[in-house]
Design a protein around this ligand. Structure first.
Ligand code: TRP
Length: 374
């Protein structure tokens, strides 16, 4: 049924209507006017041209401040529940582009506390280990080591806790229930958690001793946290953090979101070439049942996971993407060929990424907030 989908920070189900979702959350579309403003700063990122980063809160405030010479800080994060997959690095790549274009600081929060609290069988040891693994992937994308800080909640808690407390005091249980869907079975740590995710939105101001604008580029599923965060900001004397949101990275099985609960539809940054080949080989496509039929009727790129991977990450060139669309629709290219081409692209990317990931081990300790050691 249309509109029958669910997006929360913990659960994404159904066929997402992204415009309707933005409307439900109350976020603003990134329109032509905003895009042409962004063009002034640098050539538009592919994820902006393609409406993948598609919605925002107060983006213009960030640019107004920037133009006044008031640099903002970028903030994004990751709940370390397991290895990093392509769906995670998609918004991180956009963050890296933003850092390059604006030359600003980047703060990356790893919420080992969150995943411990929300995942039944998680241990703190395991979420901390995964935080380290995830941080390697983040660093591998090329963030400026001088401008980038990695926050780990359980390690940086001494600095974070006073801010988290101020936030927690302003959010009552009925708001938490309404925004996050908590009920009487929810553990009390989970109820407190959103105040931890608010901390990096206010931390730059605390560190600087004056208000610093913060922009959060991330998946739109995180909006409930930042709605709560924005609601308390001014009462605490802070600026409201601003957001720029992307759609969820699709799964290989044709679902709307790549998810670790379905390992076959998920490509991890640690996968080897054989695994990638196997997973892409099994992917859901928009092809017909027989070659003859497809030559005659053509395929449907709109529903095809392989096409979506090109669209979201692996085909930067708009013209080439367009050619692919035409070839697919007219039956000139078959799913097998597309799968081979995509496998090659992913494996090339992963080979390079994995090498950078190894090198990240040398610098990771220089990039931790307040110099904590893993
Ligand atoms: N809650 C996020 C997750 O489960 C992790 C996170 C913390 C985050 N701070 C963030 C994500 C800021 C995006 C932006 O992955």
């Amino acid at each position: 049924m249309a509109g029958d989908f669910k997006v929360t920070p913990w659960e994404v189900t159904g066929d997402i209507d992204y415009d309707l979702l933005a409307e439900r959350f109350g976020t603003t579309a990134i329109d032509e006017k905003t895009l042409s403003r962004m063009k002034k700063y640098g050539e538009l990122h592919m994820m902006l041209r393609r409406n993948i980063f598609y919605s925002h809160r107060d983006l213009n405030v960030i640019f107004d401040e920037y133009e006044k010479g008031n640099k903002f800080v970028l903030y994004t994060g990751r709940g370390p529940s397991g290895h990093t997959h392509l769906g995670h690095i998609m918004p991180w790549m956009f963050n890296k582009w933003m850092q390059d274009v604006f030359g600003v600081e980047m703060h990356f929060q790893l919420t080992d506390d969150e995943k411990f609290l929300f995942k039944q069988d998680a241990t703190l040891q395991e979420t901390k280990r995964m935080a380290y693994e995830n941080a390697l992937d983040f660093i591998a994308l090329g963030f400026d080591p001088k401008l980038t800080k990695i926050i780990l909640d359980t390690e940086n808690i001494k600095t974070m806790y006073p801010i988290a407390l101020k936030v927690a005091k302003k959010i009552n249980l009925s708001t938490a229930k309404a925004v996050f869907g908590f009920d009487n079975t929810t553990n009390i740590g989970s109820i407190f958690y959103t105040s931890m995710q608010s901390v990096p939105a206010f931390l730059p101001s605390e560190l600087a001793g004056h208000n610093v604008p913060v922009l959060i580029p991330c998946g739109i599923d995180q909006d409930p946290h930042f709605r709560a965060c924005r609601d308390v900001a001014q009462g605490l004397g802070y600026l409201k953090p601003c957001q720029i949101y992307c759609k969820m990275f699709p799964g290989l099985s044709g679902s709307d979101k790549m998810s670790s609960s379905d390992p076959f539809s998920t490509i991890y940054t640690t996968d080897n070439a054989k695994e990638v080949k196997k997973k892409v080989g099994k992917a859901f496509t928009g092809g017909c049942v027989s070659v003859d039929e497809q030559r005659e009727k053509g395929g449907n790129p709109e529903v095809c996971a392989i096409f979506k991977y090109n669209y979201y990450l692996f085909e930067n060139d708009d013209e080439k993407l367009n050619e692919l669309t035409i070839k697919c629709r007219s039956g000139k290219i078959l799913c097998g060929e597309c799968k081979v081409a995509l496998t090659e692209k992913i494996n090339k990317f992963l080979e390079e990424h994995q090498a950078k990931r190894e090198k990240a081990k040398d610098v990771i300790h220089d990039m931790t907030f307040e110099g904590f050691r893993w």
